[in-house]
Write a protein of this length. Structure first.
Length: 324
């Protein structure tokens, strides 16, 4: 396992981290047992993974992860959890579908306390304000920044993360706005960067490097890339809409040309690409399958694609900013 430093936090983190969200939700969707979850976490440690990410909203993942980590020395891993600071509903009479109902700042303290109880720990290494939007960065910083500082002073959290809501923000405007406005507040940012999601390399990732914010990469391989039919349909749609040239990549197996010279599969290529940028300290994988976990770790053992392939990927996809 390779390790990088998570920005100015100084935390030494594994290049591949383990996430309990996504379609698997720590194996909850597949109904795996507590014993299987403990075996999965043990295998993570065996492979050198030391980053574990969860959230209030990932079903029972906090409780289950806390149970699986019980008895493991706390200083041997980095623990990350998230709290949603708003409810995304339209307040009565506003007519604004994006209008947030802001949580009271005291609820943030309650959220941290609840995470600590569920995870059976005394502190979180990284605490996220989850799903911040660009237009709300100022209010989020003013409302919750002072609370985060008090929680740091109390030793309940170590670092504060701005976690984007990528589904509505594929250009990472929240990350850019937050780091420009309050560079010292946000110790870490979480965003999505991958083969089909390269926009962060334009501004968000360089800005994180400039401000010293550590970067966690989420869902770099999830959704379209692992599913051949969905990937082909997406490429067909982008060609039809004129987003990419019709001859830029094949209609069938459109990214198969990446599989060569030690790159064993499309998934292998996607993991390598997802950690290739030097700003990224750790990429999260959410698999609950130990064999897949081992394959993903093997992928980032050599975290680079050939330069000509990276150049072609940039030519074809770097101008696209869509939720995929």
């Amino acid at each position: 396992m390779q390790y990088r430093i998570l920005g100015r936090t100084g935390l030494k983190v594994s290049l591949l981290g383990f996430g309990t969200g996504g379609p698997s939700a720590f194996g909850q969707e597949a109904g795996i047992s507590a014993e299987q979850q403990r075996a999965l976490v043990k295998r993570c440690f065996d492979l050198g993974i030391n980053v574990f990410d969860t959230a209030h909203g990932y079903k029972d993942s906090e409780v289950q992860l806390g149970r699986a980590l019980a008895g493991i020395p706390r200083d041997s891993y980095v623990l990350s959890s998230k709290w949603s600071h708003t409810e995304w509903k339209s307040p009565a009479g506003t007519g604004d579908p994006d209008g947030p109902i802001w949580e009271d700042p005291g609820k943030m303290v309650e959220g941290v306390e609840l995470s600590l109880k569920r995870l059976q720990t005394h502190y979180l290494d990284i605490f996220h304000l989850h799903g911040v939007r660009a237009q709300h960065c100022a209010v989020a910083a003013e409302r919750f920044g002072p609370v985060a500082e008090r929680l740091k002073e109390q030793g309940k959290i170590r670092f504060l993360c701005l976690s984007e809501r990528y589904i509505v923000d594929p250009k990472h405007k929240a990350i850019v706005t937050g780091l420009n406005r309050d560079p010292q507040l946000w110790d870490v940012v979480m965003l999505k960067y991958g083969i089909l999601n390269q926009w962060a390399a334009r501004e968000a990732l360089p800005l994180a490097q400039q401000t010293g914010a550590g970067v966690m990469n989420m869902a770099a391989v999830r959704i379209k890339l692992p599913d051949p039919a969905k990937l082909e349909a997406l490429i067909a749609d982008w060609k039809q809409r004129g987003l990419i040239d019709r001859d830029s990549v094949p209609d069938k197996n459109p990214l198969g040309w990446l599989v060569h010279d030690g790159v064993t599969s499309m998934i292998d290529a996607a993991y390598k690409y997802g950690v290739d940028h030097p700003a990224i300290a750790t990429l999260l994988t959410g698999t609950a399958n130990i064999e897949h976990l081992e394959q993903n770790v093997a992928s980032i053992d050599k975290p680079h694609l050939p330069e000509p392939d990276k150049h072609k990927l940039a030519q074809v996809f770097s101008h696209i900013a869509e939720y995929v």
